[in-house]
Write a protein that binds this ligand. Structure first.
Ligand SMILES: C[S@@+](CC[C@H](N)C(=O)[O-])C[C@H]1O[C@@H](n2cnc3c(N)ncnc32)[C@H](O)[C@@H]1O
Length: 322
């Protein structure tokens, strides 16, 4: 079947707009933009032949987003029901803190095995993404609750009542959790932005953020829990130019401080650290286990788990499982 033979009138009215997004892994085509152009022509020609007029292209906010996935000589056509990437949750304020992709942050929280009840701390919280995603996971808040519109809500067969039933069901299942979720960051400006992000996500009653260097951050009283953070790696902060060490010596000193602080101030806690800088991570001087490979954008990272035993190993394990 050719693209022109697809029954596009089922999905598009003449007043609608559309766009093609192409992912290409093929030696038959030069580049994705060329394919997108040809695909657009196929839809336009079909409408012109039948009606003499055609729907327009809109690459910003189209009625219908169409995906073409081409693997060598196989082409899969699909409609984008999300309407733009699902990691855009709609709560984040612009920041210069090299923020984690929201989906990666949520995945890190889930991978860490956090029990959703013990305290969770991100001591280098940047934009606050990990804190927000953790709070949403703890309270069973659907990740895209703040999204204004999904792609399928513009489809011809969109069932508004069904959507509202499902939406109300997931909202009803949100459960306010009495959990400590705390952030810190040494950059005052970043802290202000993170607080704004937390307010946008309507989680300021759950998440507290302090302007503090990790070395001075005071753990929540009488409770052990989990730290999850991604310190500067060296690479990204140079490009961005924000307030952080920029040479090997300084980055090694930062990771040494992390190790010393974990050992002295956070015994009984479990720490998960995401970094692409494994040389610097050696300066933490604790043995990570496991080391999970994750990609932060293009950066090949490891998600490292450190256990800071207090007293007996068994007691710490029992406390973290509580
Ligand atoms: C890679 S960013 C973290 C990004 C964050 N995970 C997010 O999603 O937005 C690293 C953060 O560590 C902070 N930082 C650097 N050194 C610090 C220190 N000694 N104590 C606390 N925060 C520090 C920086 O200000 C920066 O916001």
């Amino acid at each position: 079947m050719t693209l022109r033979e697809v029954d596009w009138e089922t999905f598009l009215d003449l007043n609608d707009t559309f766009m093609f997004r192409v992912s290409l892994n093929s030696t038959f085509f030069p580049h994705s933009q060329y394919v997108a152009q040809k695909a657009k022509d196929a839809v336009v020609d079909r409408f012109r032949d039948k009606y003499g007029v055609r729907p327009s292209v809109d690459t910003e906010d189209p009625t219908l987003r169409i995906h073409l996935h081409i693997n060598q000589d196989r082409c899969t056509v699909s409609l984008d029901s999300s309407g733009g990437s699902l990691h855009h949750r709609g709560y984040r304020t612009e920041t210069n803190a090299a923020p984690l992709n929201e989906v990666l942050a949520a995945g890190m929280v889930l991978l860490s095995g956090w029990n959703k009840r013990s305290p969770l701390v991100d001591p280098m919280c940047g934009s606050g993404t990990l804190l927000v995603e953790a709070a949403m996971i703890a309270a069973n808040i659907p990740p895209n609750i703040h999204r204004q519109q999904f792609g399928f809500q513009r489809w011809n067969d969109y069932d508004k009542d069904l959507f509202e039933t499902i939406h109300n069901g997931v909202v009803d299942r949100i459960a306010a959790e009495d959990v400590i979720i705390m952030g810190g960051d040494s950059n005052r400006n970043t802290v202000a932005k993170a607080k704004e992000t937390v307010r946008n996500a309507k989680l300021d009653d759950v998440i507290s953020i302090q302007h503090s260097d990790f070395a001075d951050l005071v753990p929540p009283k009488d409770r052990h829990g989990m730290l999850i953070f991604n310190p500067p790696y060296g690479e990204r902060m140079d490009e961005k130019g924000f307030n952080a060490p920029s040479d090997d010596e300084a980055i090694n000193a930062l990771y040494k401080m992390i190790g010393d602080t974990l050992k002295h101030n956070w015994s009984g806690w479990t720490a998960w650290i995401l970094t692409s800088n494994l040389e610097a991570a050696k300066h933490i001087k604790l043995t990570p286990k496991p080391k999970i490979q994750l990609f932060n954008g293009a950066l090949d990272c490891r998600f490292l788990r450190y256990e800071m035993y207090e007293g007996s190993r068994r007691r710490s394990e029992l406390e973290n499982a509580r």
